[in-house]
Design a protein. Structure first.
Length: 243
């Protein structure tokens, strides 16, 4: 009897302690689970692929001064070179500068034209009408007129008297320049290259008609000396017209 009684007396406390310890453990686990922060997945920023540069705007490493590829992220696609329908009475080979809309058209046959986006500088608003492309120059020197030097004394080192600015990527005329005459008179109007991609399609403070260097090379390679040029004035810039 004692053995059985002893067994019963001992077994009860053990069972009770086991229950209490187990319950405490469950309670403790419950607290830890409740207080543990729920893991969050940090969203990964989407990596956008770099836009593919069209072949026409690729780098030109074989130029006298190697030309880098156009940063097309800075040039809206509507300003990219393209061929479009352009009915006109002007004959093929004519260049039309649509100053208000910031486009230059090189007329082709069959009512088509190659269209280029351009930037228009202050001097680009100063003349309009009909003239001709007297000549073209590849990697030209820049000779700012004396009037410009008077307005901007910092250009004195590049004045006509000092021989102008030598050709290069930093030259404001870029890789090519087309010189416009009206009769025998130089209009001082130029179509030229520019490395400043973001100015295409805009009115800017200086220069004439700016084109991407790749575009002005394409134009110069396809337009003939003596070709007619028609410049459409911008009504909003009439105050800049000269003569």
């Amino acid at each position: 009897m004692r053995g059985k009684l002893s067994t019963k007396v001992i077994s009860k406390p053990i069972a009770r302690r086991a229950f209490i310890v187990g319950a405490s453990a469950l309670t403790l686990c419950g607290c830890v689970s409740a207080r543990e922060p729920i893991g969050r997945v940090t969203p990964v920023a989407e990596v956008k692929p770099k836009p593919v540069v069209p072949l026409m705007y690729a780098a030109l490493p074989n130029e006298q001064f190697p030309i880098p590829a156009v940063d097309i992220s800075q040039v809206d696609e509507k300003w990219w070179r393209t061929e479009v329908d352009y009915p006109t009475d002007e004959k093929a080979g004519t260049v039309i500068v649509d100053t208000p809309n910031r486009y230059l058209y090189h007329i082709q046959s069959g009512g088509r034209a190659v269209r280029y986006g351009v930037g228009v500088g202050r001097d680009g608003f100063s003349w309009a009408g009909r003239g001709h492309i007297a000549y073209k120059r590849k990697w030209p020197r820049w000779n700012p007129p004396d009037e410009m030097v008077a307005r901007q004394p910092e250009l004195e080192p590049y004045s006509i008297a000092n021989g102008g600015m030598p050709p290069g990527l930093n030259n404001p005329l870029g890789s090519h320049a087309l010189y416009i005459h009206q009769g025998n008179r130089d209009t001082i109007y130029r179509i030229h290259g520019s490395p400043e991609f973001r100015t295409i399609g805009k009115a800017v403070s200086s220069g004439c008609i700016r084109m991407l260097n790749q575009d002005v090379i394409h134009l110069a390679d396809n337009v003939q000396d003596g070709s007619t040029i028609v410049v459409i004035p911008d009504p909003a810039m009439q105050h800049l017209m000269v003569g």
